[in-house]
Design a protein around this ligand. Structure first.
Ligand code: GAL
Length: 393
């Protein structure tokens, strides 16, 4: 029995690896965490050609494209039926010109186009899923010019997730078009174990909600799997809620900072056409985005949990520096401190830059002694101080 189990696992591993090697370069698709916009958090089923064109335009006009945002993704509810040949059909009222014309519009703006489907027979909103049609759907996506597909897990619970998603990926590969595969089975089947070989990103939890409690819950779950992430394969703590109104500006800053230090996909979920200055300041903070997109591709982790509601997070960066987030989960202001040895730097002087104040704080010397040489910052309630620290050469 043991031998049989081993061999089944072995076969699965080998076939996943083979799929990867024959991937027409798909393994090079998401060398940095994908950045973009998805319709679900703000618009749910209220999607249309006009909305998506508006988002593509706003992504360019707001400066988001220039800051690295790229994918414009339509989530659930774009699809209504299958035609006589089994091909998936977009809602003709909401997308009267069809998906190819919409993808062309997005591409013409230098952006990439994404869609959503489901492994099972129906999507979570009850639209037709891809069950029994993986190859046909992959062909439609390729013909339309789809660059990114989010694949959900509703009505699929009797199935084996790694095998289903591996089959979906193979169908994408057979389509001949490089397409990012976003696995969305909500962390139910330990996707951090097999996701890196199958897809480019995988959700680690159930859906995010636009409130602080949800954010804290997701961060705790996502932090545990930091070892699974790397260039081409990322933990996905879900799309951003920044700008949707359920949290304070301070909380949204913390949201964005933690996503960045976790090397999470940065998929905006707000209305890009009507962003407040505070929302665009957050989504367009290039210094924080640079932490997320750092080419070393290491997911940051909690290095210190003070047990009093404050944490220190650290992400090693390609230049040898460290991104550091001092996080205050409490509802009063707290002093949060860090020692260089806690973030893997030697005692001595290091330069410190504040990524939200956009200010060099100068050199701070941690002499490695017990008292008085740690760096301590005041952090507002539910807030964060995000730093870049580099040991002096
Ligand atoms: C959920 C998924 C959400 C959204 C929704 C659409 O399962 O986690 O992100 O895609 O389905 O119905």
């Amino acid at each position: 029995m043991r031998a049989r189990m081993w061999s089944l696992r072995h076969v699965l591993t080998l076939s996943l690896a083979a799929g990867r090697l024959s991937g027409q370069g798909t393994e090079r698709l998401a060398l940095r965490p994908p950045m973009g916009f998805n319709t679900w958090n703000k618009f749910q089923c209220n999607v249309s050609d006009q909305l998506v064109r508006g988002m593509a335009d706003a992504m360019v006009a707001s400066g988001m494209k220039e800051a690295g945002y790229q994918y414009v993704v339509i989530d659930d509810c774009w699809q209504v039926a299958r035609d006589a040949n089994g091909r998936i059909v977009a809602d003709p009222e909401r997308f009267p010109l069809g998906m190819k014309a919409l993808a062309d519009y997005v591409h013409d703006r230098g952006l990439k186009f994404g869609l959503y489907t489901d492994i099972g027979p129906k999507t979570c909103a009850g639209r037709p899923g891809s069950s029994g049609h993986f190859d046909l759907d992959a062909k439609s996506y390729a013909a339309w010019g789809v660059d990114y597909i989010k694949v959900d897990w509703c009505h699929a619970d009797s199935l084996i997730a790694p095998a289903q998603y591996a089959r979906f990926r193979q169908a994408l590969q057979r389509s001949g078009r490089p397409i990012v595969l976003s696995i969305c089975e909500w962390g139910l089947n330990q996707p951090w174990d097999w996701g890196p070989k199958v897809g480019h990103l995988w959700r680690v939890t159930d859906d995010i909600e636009d409130n602080w409690r949800s954010l804290v819950w997701i961060v705790n779950s996502a932090a545990a799997h930091h070892g699974a992430a790397g260039p081409g394969h990322w933990n996905d703590p879900d799309m951003l809620e920044v700008g949707n109104g359920g949290m304070t500006a301070e909380e949204y800053k913390t949201h964005f900072s933690l996503w960045a230090i976790m090397a999470a996909p940065l998929i905006a979920g707000n209305d890009l056409r009507t962003m407040s200055p505070s929302t665009s300041e957050i989504l367009l903070n290039r210094e924080v985005i640079a932490v997320d997109q750092d080419p070393l591709g290491v997911q940051g982790r909690i290095v210190i949990d003070r047990g009093n509601g404050s944490q220190v997070w650290m992400k090693p960066l390609q230049d040898g520096g460290r991104a550091v987030a001092l996080v205050n989960f409490r509802s009063d202001t707290a002093g949060v401190s860090v020692r260089w040895k806690e973030i893997g730097l030697p005692a001595g002087p290091a330069s410190v830059r504040d990524l939200w104040a956009h200010k060099d704080l100068g050199s701070h010397e941690d002499r490695g002694t017990d008292f008085g040489t740690r760096l301590e910052m005041k952090v507002p309630p539910h807030g964060v101080v995000m730093l870049r620290v580099r040991a002096a050469p």
